[in-house]
Design a binder for this molecule. Sequence first.
Ligand code: SF4
Length: 305
Amino acid sequence: MAKEIEVFTASELQTFKDCPQKWYWIYKRGLHPLPTANQLMGSAVHLGIAMKFQGQENWREEIDILFRKEAPVASEIGDLYLKKEIAKILVEKFPIQKFRGQVIPEVKFEELIKRPGKVSGLKLKRIAGKVDGILIDHEGKNWLVEHKTTALQASDLIPRLVIDSQVLIYLAFFPLELSGSVLSVIQKPRLRLKKNELPDEFLERIRLDVDESNFVLEFNFVDRDLVEKTRREVADLIKIISDCSRKNIFWKNTSRCSLWGGCPFYQLCSSGQEDEDYMRQRFQVFETKHPELEEKIKEEEEVPF
Ligand code: SF4
């Protein structure tokens, strides 16, 4: 019987680098933390921008649908309405005219992982993902488009994104020659709801506050050495993950437990017991390793240009 192909994603590899035990909870046990209101806002911004690039005008309705679908499982429901409306303001003001060329949004890909000169052992491993977009410029060159929403100053995020592991992995494995990346940073508004301020008054302040300084776009030519190094690192990392999986040994990186408001798996890691009710209440449980890639890539979808 043919051996199943194992698929890895950039965020999965980053999770393992952050904490192998966290990788175990998510990718071995299928426990996916419920989305936060902020994560939902980021997804809504990505969705709205992709639809704008496709010329679809019903992106506001689709953002409403996304929030309706995800809201019952979102882990913070308090400010969902505001987050949804702020996402719409960001999409509305997003400067698609600055992308000179044709942008094909949300392109999926799947590619074999091969370490240069060493193929054995990795033949059945693939890297898969969905890039935010591919820009085809006026000379016919292809560029990876990556949008990131941030609470930081937009321009401060660019230097980090140049060496961001997801961006590098996409540059290394996307099955077309890429000239580089278009890093698109979307800075979330910093205003806060004032005491006694009505939500609609607050949203009007936000609408007036968001301007072109909330959106930074930077073109970076690909660094071939960095990309080659990324290919080798990915191949090595996947061997380590496969070894850990075979031996069922996942070490805990406790320096990560209290970052970003606390790891959602802390209770499971610290109690040493697996309470099924707790797991069902706090996580979405998936049978498959990558539910986000469930929709199988169709042949004609793979490289639509
Ligand atoms: S609680 Fe700490 S050790 Fe456990 S998965 Fe999270 S980061 Fe890793």
